[in-house]
Design a protein around this ligand. Structure first.
Ligand SMILES: CCOCCOc1ccc(-c2cn(C[C@@H]3NC[C@@H](O)[C@H]3O)nn2)cc1
Length: 447
């Protein structure tokens, strides 16, 4: 029987984010975030769900870390809620907020688990949004100042840092598509925000280096892979635009120092232009130690005139789908990681999110989520292919440790290895928890 084995020093972990799991939305001085505002606005989130309680991990983090220890992970990715640190975004520091994360980090370290800290996972302080949010360049400086406080507080304890989670979601999904907070629908605004986010990322990396913080820093774009339906140039170009929307638009400035010209031209043809000020592109270029990669889905696509933003349409090739209605495309994982390596060189890659939405429920104390096991197995095989192909992969953090608040979908989309009953907050290990535990123990699996 064929064996899939990973390097002994390969990091195995799981990921979460503050607004999705913590709850305690008004406890210990926490200020309002744009997601509190958005989720409390009727019609924005399915079933009227919000993050007021979520998984109550703010109060149950010791229980959650006990589950992580049982799982055997060596890395745990979490995010810090900016509004817990600066309730008004800037100004007065909330020491109780810092204390919570200090206790969390100490508990992780005591459990032998490496903390991976995401500084921004979408929960912008509402007071900053009231002043324009990421459209306002002042927010860039506010983010750097917030990040510096965290760097100084956790220097030596947190060794892996992520500035931004999924800048595509922060800019385009939230300000052009409009289904995430704050819910704008303006392409120029989204492009401007994407630019400001990359400046904020770069200046934060610069501050990290200036402070001489021990550890590694990167960011975590979400990427997809779109295979052209044919080798006709129009199909190839349409797929290239669709991939670049998530990938090159954010990675090229950080790793190559320029935006992809074909995307600048495409946006310009739609009357959307970037206002690049002196120093902006240099700020983005402060070198990072790794790239976090979030991958869920890919597809086959082709050119279709005037379809969507990029004259692109998906093809329904009959690939199976998750309960999020996303195509399952494991080959895309291999293809996109090889593409990233080919384009940017052998910079270390940390899979910061990969997982599947399946809404299996507890039956007689068990959750038989065989489809999630299948998804994880298929995608880990592709990661092993990448390693065999020389891709510099350092670890895999599955999304997610816990079922949690899946943004505009509320609690109806379950990604966790652990089932959460959102009425009782009872945690139940799913069968995928036990499967992943064995994978970690063996650093691989048998086919
Ligand atoms: C072009 C039109 O598109 C319409 C829907 O578009 C999307 C795209 C992407 C997502 C999406 C959701 N997730 C999972 C999260 N990653 C971060 C973590 O917080 C998880 O909860 N990743 N991507 C949702 C909707």
């Amino acid at each position: 029987m064929a064996q899939i084995r990973f390097p002994e020093d390969f990091h195995w972990g799981a990921a979460t984010a503050a607004y999705q799991i913590e709850g305690a939305w008004k406890d210990d001085g926490r200020g309002a975030s744009i997601w509190d505002t958005f989720s409390h606005t009727p019609g924005k989130v399915k079933n009227g769900d919000n993050g007021d309680v979520a998984c109550d991990s703010y109060n149950r983090y010791k229980e959650d870390i006990g589950l992580m220890k049982d799982l055997g992970i060596t890395m745990y990715r979490f995010s810090i809620a900016w509004p817990r640190i600066f309730p008004d975004g800037t100004g007065e520091l909330n020491l109780k907020g810092l204390e919570y994360y200090s206790n969390l980090v100490d508990e992780l370290l005591a459990a032998g688990i490496e903390p991976v800290c995401t500084l921004y996972h979408w929960d912008l302080p509402q007071t900053l949004q009231d002043c324009g949010g990421w459209e306002n360049r002042d927010t860039i400086d506010a983010f750097v100042a917030y990040s510096e406080i965290i760097f100084r507080e956790f220097a030596g304890r947190i060794k892996y840092w992520i500035t931004l989670n999924e800048p595509w979601c922060i800019s385009f999904l939230s300000n052009y598509v409009g289904i995430h907070a704050p819910g704008n629908r303006d392409l120029q605004l989204a492009v401007t925000i994407s630019h400001h986010l990359l400046i904020a990322h770069g200046r934060t990396v610069k501050r990290f280096r200036e402070l001489g913080i021990e550890g590694q820093i990167g960011f975590a774009p979400n990427v997809t892979w779109l295979e052209p339906y044919s080798n006709r140039k129009e199909d190839v170009d349409a797929c290239r635009r669709g991939v670049a929307y998530f990938l090159e638009w954010f990675m090229d400035p950080v790793l190559l120092g320029t935006y992809p010209q074909f995307m600048l031209d495409w946006f310009a043809a739609k009357g959307v232009n970037l206002e690049i000020q002196d120093g902006d592109m240099q700020d983005m270029r402060y070198s990072i130690d790794f790239i976090g990669i979030n991958y869920y889905t890919g597809n086959v696509g082709r050119y279709k005139q005037d379809e969507g933003l990029f004259d692109y349409e998906d093809i329904d090739t009959g690939y199976a789908k998750t309960d999020f209605d996303w195509f399952i495309c494991p080959d895309g994982f291999y293809n996109v990681l090889c593409y990233i390596t080919q384009r940017y060189g052998n910079i270390p890659l940390l899979i910061t999110e990969n997982g599947a939405c399946y809404n299996d429920e507890v039956e007689e104390g068990c959750v038989n989520d065989t489809r999630r096991i299948q998804y994880l197995k298929q995608h880990l095989i592709q990661l092993n292919r990448c390693l065999e192909s020389g891709v510099n992969l350092i670890g895999y953090l599955t999304w997610s440790l816990l079922d949690n608040f899946e943004w505009a979908e509320g609690y109806g989309k379950r990604f966790g290895l652990i089932h959460v009953d959102f009425q009782t907050l009872t945690r139940t290990r799913k069968n995928s928890f036990y499967w992943y535990k064995e994978v970690i123990c063996k650093s691989g699996f048998d086919l």
